[in-house]
Design a binder for this molecule. Structure first.
Ligand SMILES: [Fe+2]
Ligand SMILES: [Fe+2]
Length: 483
């Protein structure tokens, strides 16, 4: 019988108003509550989702199963008709808690009373980022560099909408009235709104053009990956199962960012090597984005994303770990006793005008550790980007700034730190930071390149075509139909 249970959990019931693999039809109260939330979600989408897109037909993937192979179906969809639903990876009946104080005990199928409030806070904070990014990207469609890119933008948008569903399901199913109120509030906050902003700062920044968008999907969606991976270890099994399935969708978002910046670099390097230009002004005059500008955007998006990991030293992070709510990245593969009570971890901070390393109890440094895991993966991505100028024989490389650069949260906040990790005065920062972070003029230059290219197979001048199309289709496929 175990097999039958597994089959029903992997198949998604698409005959329901809300597609799901959580047997919603047998929980009428929950079904009714979610069916009441659904129209509010759709009006949120209409109001703050991608602008002027209700009638477009977009070649999108939709989850049809939570099976590892063949979970997605591709076809033309009008976005308001996208089948947002509730998809959890199948339950592993024998799953135990594998870190913290309750290691070895069965994973929880319900929320223990004592963890109700921190778990709700974790779920709401994660949930809030999902609609926020859709809001941030609302206007990008008007300046897309190709139909291929436009389709990818919309794919990310509908999936972030689905990630909101994933968190709202948990709130409705496990948190009673409080959960329902939180689910409504998730549709009321707005990215960048002075009175009712999104919870985290990076999700209130503008994503005003496609360079910012690719950087955002490379850096900030990857923060999402690391947060989800830590929650996928959770003792609260429904949270672990829903975040596991979200991670399968997240991979494509990061691919868009990494390949987007790589394609920009490709065009920049082509223009530089054809014309033997090195002066940024000459490079810009070719209608492509110069390295100095790209470096400033790396500096901005990396530092803004590091703030999402929270304070390096955090007693909340320690209690989430000890309680089994949130693990480390790849917790199951780490070879230690998964309690961290005796361990130490090195964190950096400013002391006496310089940056020093300090050993602290590992339990309190879990945010720093997750951030360091993230940085390793980001650095590997930069190394792949840097092969492009290398191939062209251009001796310029993109570099990550120091972790203390341009930080608003944690031990570096309130200090002025250069990209190479020197502590400087406020005056020096104000004089030099326009060389390190995108200025209004830099944004204006990038915006001047943004047009709207919607002929199939055509690409804006500042970005190279991708290596291949979506779902093995040709690059010139009509990924979006305008009717
Ligand atoms: Fe997401
Ligand atoms: Fe994402």
């Amino acid at each position: 019988m175990a097999n039958t249970a597994e089959v029903t959990q992997q198949a998604i019931d698409y005959t329901q108003r809300i597609p799901n693999n959580v047997d919603l039809a047998n929980d009428r109260a929950l079904q009714r509550a979610l069916e009441r939330w659904q129209p509010a979600f759709l009006s949120w989408w209409g109001e703050t989702g991608p602008e002027n897109t209700a009638n477009l037909e977009v070649y999108l993937r939709t989850a049809v199963s939570v099976d590892r192979d063949g979970w997605a179906n591709f076809g033309y969809v009008r976005m308001p008709e996208y089948r947002w639903g509730i998809f959890l990876t199948p339950r592993d009946e024998g799953r135990n808690i594998h870190f913290g104080d309750q290691r070895g005990q069965p994973a929880w199928q319900d929320v223990p009373g004592e963890y109700r409030s921190p778990l709700r806070r974790i779920i709401v904070t994660q949930g809030d980022t999902e609609p926020a990014s859709v809001e941030q990207q609302r206007l990008l469609g008007a300046t897309c560099p190709s139909l291929y890119d436009l389709r990818n933008l919309f794919q990310v948008n509908v999936e972030e909408g689905r990630h909101l569903w994933a968190m709202v399901y948990l709130l409705h199913r496990y948190f009673g009235r409080d959960g329902r109120e939180e689910a409504e509030a998730l549709l009321q906050r707005r990215s960048g709104d002075a009175n009712n902003p999104r919870i985290l700062t990076a999700f209130n920044e503008k994503t005003s053009h496609w360079l910012a968008y690719y950087m955002f999907t490379f850096f900030t969606d990857r923060d999402g990956k690391f947060q989800l991976a830590a929650l996928a270890e959770s003792a609260f099994d429904p949270l672990a199962r829903t975040t596991r399935f979200m991670l399968t969708e997240e991979a494509h978002h990061m691919f868009i960012g990494e390949s987007g910046v790589a394609r920009i670099l490709q065009r920049t390097c082509e223009a530089m090597s054809q014309n033997k230009f090195t002066d940024p002004a000459q490079v810009r005059a070719q209608g492509v984005i110069d390295f100095d500008t790209l470096q400033k955007f790396v500096n901005f998006h990396y530092s803004a994303t590091l703030d999402l990991f929270g304070s390096e030293i955090s007693s909340n992070a320690a209690s989430y770990y000890t309680g089994g709510l949130k693990g480390r990245f790849s917790e199951a593969n780490l070879k230690d006793n998964h309690s961290l009570t005796e361990d130490f971890y090195a964190v950096q901070e400013v002391a006496g005008g310089e940056i020093v390393a300090r050993q602290v109890p590992a339990l309190t440094a879990l945010n720093a550790r997750l951030r360091d895991d993230f940085t390793r993966e980001i650095q590997a991505g930069l190394d792949r980007w840097n092969r492009i100028p290398e191939k062209f024989g251009i001796p310029i490389r993109l570099k990550l700034p120091h972790a203390g650069f341009h930080r608003k949260i944690g031990s570096f906040a309130g200090h002025y730190i250069t990209p190479d990790g020197r502590v400087i005065s406020k005056e020096d920062w104000e004089r030099q930071s326009p060389a390190w972070l995108p200025t209004d003029q830099d944004h204006a230059f990038v915006n001047s390149l943004m047009g709207r290219v919607i002929e199939p197979g055509q690409f804006a001048n500042w970005i190279a075509p991708p290596a291949r199309g979506i779902n093995n289709l040709p690059i010139e496929f009509e990924y979006v139909r305008f009717n």
